[in-house]
Design a protein around this ligand. Structure first.
Ligand code: SAH
Length: 361
């Protein structure tokens, strides 16, 4: 008879769900053999849903100013050593122009929570990008806002929104953030984003300080409840100018394991092999794809600012031109038997709902 870990993976594969106790049990059973078993199943599921396609997202890190003070993040407002920058609208539009030429059909505008960019400004930017690049999707990742703001961005043309919940346990959330921020509000944002009609992405850091198996179980239960279209996870990596400078990094093994179980729990989810994963291991992103991931997010930001958007130490890809970044990722994805496609890469439910053909609505 198979032992517990294998049985739980079979159960997850068949029912796409586990109870809190079962999640904790599975997470404590991690081993090389169990991971191999999990990845084989995860890969078969992602192949059934998305084939061998890997979607590209062009990441434009447009500001590293932030009003928040998250204890783990290198661009937190109290890091006086951060060299702050903002891209102009023209610079952002140039990134998109280069991006479309390089084959990108999704642009992700990510930044700190920077009040310089008013809602009106973001709306203008989004609608300008959409009018210049009608075949492309725009994703925003600019933090917690009111429902009205999210609605305004959506009405201006934004298609998707990434907002990692960071941890689904309020108690753990309070250990990672100042008391002005709450897990409850973060979750409120995510449910509203979904209601408005965005393809919404949640996610968390693996191995963040004080994280327990129970908290990871909570994250997985929350993800199941929310059922987001995208899930971004990556290892926590210490940044030398934060209160967590001495904390241990998350591991490759645990991140891959979680990618695998998320693929089984949410078969249709868009799941990136993140830059943080590529930072803790030279082939981290390739291994992420082999664990069930199907998205990569090369950097489209101008080279001159890349080493300033330092959320954590030793971040990769800070010196390459965008074109090199894409080619490098195409090679990496190809090396494990998958293929980078030039497509919007919508969640499969959206492809059906909105009748996207070849990525164009
Ligand atoms: N201001 C936006 C974007 C945050 S940066 C927002 O609030 O959503 C994107 C993600 O980077 C964060 O959600 C967090 O999960 C991750 N991140 C930040 N610091 C990190 C660190 N030290 N190690 C690993 N990931 C980190």
């Amino acid at each position: 008879m198979k032992d517990t870990g294998f049985q739980l993976i079979d159960q997850l594969y068949e029912t796409q769900a586990l109870s809190r106790e079962e999640w904790v049990e599975l997470l404590t059973h991690q081993s090389k053999e169990l991971s191999d078993y999990l990845f084989e199943r995860a890969v078969s599921v992602r192949k059934k849903v998305y084939g061998d396609a890997v979607y590209l997202r062009g990441l434009i890190e447009f500001t590293n100013y932030c009003k928040n003070d998250c204890y783990y993040c290198g661009i937190r407002c109290s890091n006086k050593n951060a060299d702050r920058y903002r891209l102009t609208d023209e610079e952002i539009l140039t990134c998109c122009e280069n991006g479309e030429r390089l084959g990108f059909r999704t642009f992700v505008l990510q930044g700190g929570e920077d009040p310089f960019y008013t809602d009106e400004h973001i709306c203008e930017l989004v609608s300008e990008i959409k009018s210049r690049h009608p075949a492309c999707a725009v994703t925003l990742s600019i933090g917690e806002k009111s429902r009205e703001s999210y609605q305004a961005f959506f009405d201006a043309g934004a298609d998707r929104y990434l907002l990692r919940h960071e941890t689904a346990s309020e108690k753990h959330y309070q250990k990672l953030h100042p008391s002005s921020l709450s897990c409850e509000n973060r979750k409120r944002c995510l449910f509203e984003l979904k209601e408005i009609g965005y393809q919404a992405g949640a996610g968390f850091m693996v191995g963040s300080p004080y994280q327990t198996k129970e908290e990871l179980a909570e994250d997985l239960l929350f993800l199941k409840e929310l059922s987001p279209h995208m899930v971004g996870i990556g290892p926590f990596i210490a940044h030398h100018d934060t209160p967590f400078r001495e904390e241990k990094n998350g591991t490759l093994e645990e991140t891959l394991f979680l990618l695998g179980v998320i693929r089984l729990m949410l078969p249709e989810v868009l799941l990136p092999a993140t830059t943080a994963l590529g930072t803790i291991h030279p082939r981290g992103r390739e291994l992420g794809i082999l664990a069930g991931a199907n998205v990569v997010m090369p950097n489209l930001s101008p080279v001159g600012v890349r080493d300033k958007y330092l959320l954590y130490d030793n971040k990769i890809c800070t010196g390459d031109e965008s074109a090199e970044c894409v080619r490098c990722l195409e090679r990496r994805v190809g090396s494990v038997g998958y293929r980078v496609v030039s497509d919007r890469g919508d969640h499969c439910q959206f492809v059906k709902k909105e009748g996207c053909i070849n990525g164009v609505k």
